[in-house]
Unconditional design. Structure first.
Length: 363
């Protein structure tokens, strides 16, 4: 977690000492996350039994992951925990991230005054941006208590707490009545669910008839071949590094939308557009595209040399007890995430931006 202090820019200003206490984070130790993937220090076999076990334990898996990584994400990535396209070539990541948020709002036809639900809202970056862009009011739902608290604090500090609010709850049993939202969106969050059919069905339930659902889903593409060991290793690396029980294929995600009852109006992998810079370039440590100081600070630490420096620094800070126990371990998990995501992107077997828009029928 101490890689935070490598930051050249003072973007989110998170300091190790000011980070959430164990109490905020349900008394979980950061290193605890790896227990979902290892037994006696050895990786658990990648089979159906292990996947079923992770699905059954999705609440702990996801909470262990975000308790340990939220401050790192905030400091290194900003308040919007997702990827984006770079359709204009190199440009500041922050600009491209906002455009990605505007795009889903545009594709869903969000209108002023609508009541919108953001499922898996992180610390609220996208909700604040979309509420300002589309002039609607947004409720963010998240099952991680620490992220909800952060989201509430940040929205208040930025004077946005009139148009956005954040609620703790499980997206598998959404704590709102049926037919209560004009629109619902998900940005890279339902991949944490044990079943896409079930989470999309819950979203269908809370949408008003005629309402719209939009999602940027993490999926394995048509290039993914489950008999290819390299592809399987990429999928497992992405799952492990990102707190995911199991990643579905693009076809399964589309089918899940239909099974839930949606009329699918858009289904497109935005990573297939001919963009000059790939969505993964930042975590690939590709410094030649860096545009802003904030870009530099995250890209540099993802270079080969940057990773060595991060590892050494984190271990040192944990050794002198400046960083909490387990910080070095979660840093290794994030390195797994970065490597696997870059391989997923460059090989084309994975996308974090499968855009689907569906309508709940009027009748
Ligand atoms: C987990 C899901 C569903 C969404 C989060 C997407 C991204 C915001 C993260 C995925 C991998 C993360 C990594 C980092 C920041 C946040 C992500 C891009 C780091 C750049 C943070 C700093 C570390 O030193 C390296 C990390 C690599 C992975």
């Amino acid at each position: 977690m101490a890689d935070a202090n490598l930051s050249l820019a003072s973007n989110e200003g998170a300091d190790l000492r000011s980070r959430g206490t164990a109490k905020d984070k349900s008394e979980r130790a950061p290193g605890g996350y790896s227990r979902h993937w290892e037994q006696e220090g050895q990786p658990i076999e990648d089979d159906d039994k292990a996947r079923d076990q992770r699905k059954a334990q999705y609440t702990d898996l996801v909470n262990d992951y975000y308790d340990a990584t939220t401050d790192i994400y905030l400091e290194a990535w900003g308040e919007s925990f997702h990827f984006c396209r770079f359709p204009r070539g190199p440009e500041p990541k922050a600009t491209a991230i906002s455009r990605h948020e505007h795009y889903i709002a545009h594709m869903m036809g969000l209108q002023p005054g609508m009541r919108v639900l953001d499922v898996g809202c992180g610390v609220g970056g996208p909700a604040k941006e979309i509420a300002s862009y589309a002039n609607c009011s947004i409720v963010g739902l998240n099952n991680n208590a620490y992220q909800v608290k952060k989201a509430q604090e940040l929205a208040k500090k930025e004077g946005m707490d009139k148009s956005v609010e954040f609620v703790k709850g499980d997206f598998m049993t959404i704590p709102f009545p049926s037919n209560s939202f004009d629109a619902v969106y998900v940005i890279e969050a339902t991949v944490h669910a044990p079943s896409l059919e079930d989470v999309y069905s819950e979203i269908f339930r809370v949408l008003k008839p005629g309402g719209t659902f939009g999602v940027f889903e993490w999926v394995m593409t048509d290039k993914f071949d489950s008999s290819n060991r390299k592809h399987m290793a990429i999928r497992l690396g992405i799952e492990r590094g990102n707190g995911i029980p199991t990643i579905q294929t693009k076809n399964a995600a589309r089918e899940a939308m239909r099974t839930a009852g949606f009329e699918l109006t858009v289904a497109e992998d935005l990573a297939e557009r001919d963009d000059p810079v790939g969505w993964w370039y930042v975590i690939a440590g590709d410094v030649k595209h860096a545009q802003s100081l904030q870009d530099w600070s995250v890209i540099v630490r993802n270079t080969k040399l940057g990773r060595v420096a991060v590892r050494l620094l984190v271990r040192g800070l944990e050794f002198v007890r400046y960083a909490p126990k387990g910080t070095a371990k979660i840093t290794e998990e994030l390195i797994i995430a970065g490597d696997a995501l870059v391989l997923g992107g460059t090989s084309g077997v994975f996308t974090p931006m499968y855009l689907m828009v569906g309508k709940k029928p009027e009748a």
